[in-house]
Design a protein around this ligand. Structure first.
Ligand SMILES: [Zn+2]
Length: 199
């Protein structure tokens, strides 16, 4: 009976066999040893140091958590509106959740839509959930754009009664409870979104 040892950069599950102690030096934090065999204590990606023969398992989330690149799609909640920009907090990057840290992003008024936007208050409201594209980075904040059919508001609540608004036209929303009419820069899949919105 011989089990197959894992390779470097292989995805492993909690409790999965990794190899034997003759082969690898097990990392205390991400592996355990039983009868000379090494097992993973977490879901993640193996990292094998070629020189020291050390093996560890790096958690998936942490591994990818800080990688935000231009062109990535993010989903977040609008925290504030300024005269020329909005601030959003996002936990979802390319449909993957990143629980451990909230990222901040800004959409400048010129990046909201390919149409001219005079007042930001006419197209976004605080607590809207929007999908945006990363177009740049400045220290801890990402520059975002919502110009594009798939970008913009994907979830909005009535400013009067808090009910989720129904789409009633290209940029028009109507509250099914109180009849309030509001306007947004909507994503084309508003209220028909497959991404996870809340966690
Ligand atoms: Zn309402």
């Amino acid at each position: 009976m011989s089990k197959k040892s894992v390779n470097d950069k292989e995805m492993v599950m909690t409790g999965q066999y990794l190899g034997v102690v003759e082969e690898f030096l097990p990392d205390k934090h991400s592996t355990f040893v039983k009868d000379g065999e090494i097992f993973s204590t977490k879901i993640g990606i193996t990292n094998i140091d070629k020189n020291k023969r050390e093996i560890e398992v790096k958690p998936l989330q942490e591994d990818k958590r800080k990688v935000v690149k231009n062109g990535d799609l993010v989903i977040g909640t609008i925290l504030f509106l300024r005269q020329y920009s909005i601030g959003i907090s996002f936990y979802t990057i390319n449909n993957k959740l990143h629980f451990n840290s909230a990222y901040m992003g800004n959409v400048h008024v010129s990046e909201i839509s390919n149409k001219y936007v005079e007042k930001i208050q006419d197209v976004y409201k605080i607590t809207d959930i929007i999908r945006a594209k990363v177009i740049g980075q400045e220290s801890n904040e990402y520059k975002l754009s919502t110009s594009g059919k798939n970008l913009g508001v994907i979830h909005a609540e009535c400013i009067i009664c808090g009910t989720v608004l129904d789409k009633d036209g290209f940029n028009k929303l109507e509250c099914p409870r109180c009849g309030n009419i509001e306007y947004r820069k909507l994503a084309d899949d508003y209220r028909n979104v497959k991404d996870k919105l809340r966690f």
